[in-house]
Ligand binder design. Structure first.
Ligand code: 9B3
Ligand code: ZN
Ligand code: ZN
Ligand code: ZN
Length: 418
């Protein structure tokens, strides 16, 4: 019996460690300089299984930005040889994706009984956390179900703010639009925890919670999030079926009704930036959009992604600047200043079309055009060393510094009523 268990353990361990799905996969950072380089990247992405991490699709590759992608173990040396042959410069960001996947779970083991905010959590754990923190803080938190996912899971929203009996100005904050960006839901949980922990002791947070409500969706794309834990760590999209295609899912951040699918999005259901059959085709997007449309007092829209350390604002769908560009630019500058004051983490900031790439159907552009004039997308840590596999040991510093940026924006919004 003992020997049986021992053998079973060894077998299970070796499957996870050596024959894992991503064993030997590499993440390369390419620096294309000319059309030949771009053509090579397009050819490679057609002929081999290539997973674009940054930008998120081959359609968005240009000469002025670097490209991070994961390549299958068995194709890596071919591709590296090809890159060298045409003089396309590259770095190896991750030597072995599988071995790094174990290292992302390096967070502190807590000996106390509370929820561990320095670990990544599965959806079922987050569901329990949502229920518990709501029950434990009845004067500060209310829970709403804003809709169901494609696979029927609940999409929850927490209204966080001192209960006053009248409608307060609100700041909408969402996480987990993209499944693989695990630091994002970790941040929303951190934010809610910090809000209730510091209410009554920290005067700035107390003031914010007395005068406004935060509307926090800890995970929008719940099906994708579950899938990223159970089947494919690098899943980005929803899990809705696409009639006539074997490929699953739509990019929720290309599915909002903001010049939908006009630029920087794909009509191909197999693409990671597939815009879906029509705007708001995804139940998850529809749920969030309906909530925001109906809730009349939202003054700011904040959405959390990863990775690349950026504070972005509209527009993504055009290079044209918004009418309040100067104000948004100053807010972003100050938010990034506040963020970097803690650990020196450097962020880029500016309109998304200019700072990353032009693309339509994003939630921030949609919220802005609805009339929410303070609209920001955060891309949290890091800049590619770990990418989506950001170790749990970085949850605390990442969330602490991001709190400073979010609190700066919230205070600004409170002091500039409209
Ligand atoms: C993309 C768009 Cl379309 C937007 N409006 N704002 C930010 C982004 C960047 C994210 C994306 O969906 O590609 C980062 Se993961
Ligand atoms: Zn957990
Ligand atoms: Zn994202
Ligand atoms: Zn991203």
């Amino acid at each position: 019996m003992k020997a049986f268990f021992f053998l079973g353990f060894v077998a299970a361990f070796s499957v996870g460690a050596t024959v894992g799905k991503y064993a030997g996969d590499k993440v390369l950072r390419l620096k294309p300089e000319n059309e030949e380089h771009l053509q090579y990247i397009r050819d490679v992405s057609r002929s081999a299984k290539v997973d674009f991490w940054q930008p998120h699709s081959v359609e968005l590759v240009t000469t002025n930005r670097s490209v991070d992608f994961r390549v299958d173990a068995d194709r890596a040396s071919d591709i590296q040889a090809g890159l060298e042959k045409i003089g396309l410069k590259y770095d190896i960001l991750i030597e072995d994706v599988q071995s790094l996947m174990a290292k992302q779970f390096d967070g502190n083991k807590m000996n106390s009984t509370g929820y561990n905010y320095e670990k990544y959590h599965r959806w079922d754990e987050i569901v329990c956390w949502i229920a518990k923190i709501t029950v434990e803080n009845p004067t500060l938190i209310s829970r709403f179900e804003i809709g169901r996912s494609y696979e029927g899971r609940h999409i929850y929203l927490l209204r966080v703010g001192k209960r006053t009996g009248h409608v307060k100005p609100a700041i909408f904050l969402d996480c987990g639009i993209h499944a693989r960006e695990w630091i994002s839901p970790a941040f929303c949980q951190w934010f809610v925890k910090e809000a209730v922990r510091s209410y009554g002791s920290d005067s700035a947070m107390t003031n914010l919670l007395n005068k406004l409500d935060f509307l926090v969706v800890p995970v929008i794309n719940v099906d994708g999030y579950v899938y990223s834990w159970t089947k494919d760590r690098f899943w980005r999209k929803t899990r809705s079926r696409n009639p006539g295609s074997h490929c699953v899912g739509t990019d929720p951040n290309r599915n909002f009704d903001a010049r939908w699918c006009s630029i920087g999005a794909s009509r191909n259901p197999c693409a990671d930036i597939y815009c879906g059959p029509r705007a708001e085709s995804e139940q998850e997007v529809k749920a969030v959009a309906n909530f925001i449309r109906n809730y009349k007092s939202i003054k700011a829209y904040l959405t959390i992604h990863s990775y690349s350390q950026m504070c972005l604002f509209p527009y993504s769908y055009t290079y044209l600047l918004t009418s309040n560009y100067k104000e948004l630019n100053i807010i972003a500058f100050n938010a990034v200043e506040a963020l970097s004051s803690l650990h020196g983490t450097r962020y880029e900031y500016g309109p998304a079309s200019i700072i990353i790439y032009p693309s339509a159907g994003g939630s921030d552009d949609w919220a802005y055009d609805l009339g929410i004039k303070y609209s920001f997308t955060f891309e949290l840590r890091d800049t590619g060393k770990y990418g989506f596999l950001l170790p749990e040991s970085q949850i605390r510093p990442t969330c602490e510094e991001t709190m400073l940026a979010i609190n700066y924006i919230a205070t600004y919004v409170l002091n500039h009523p409209y």
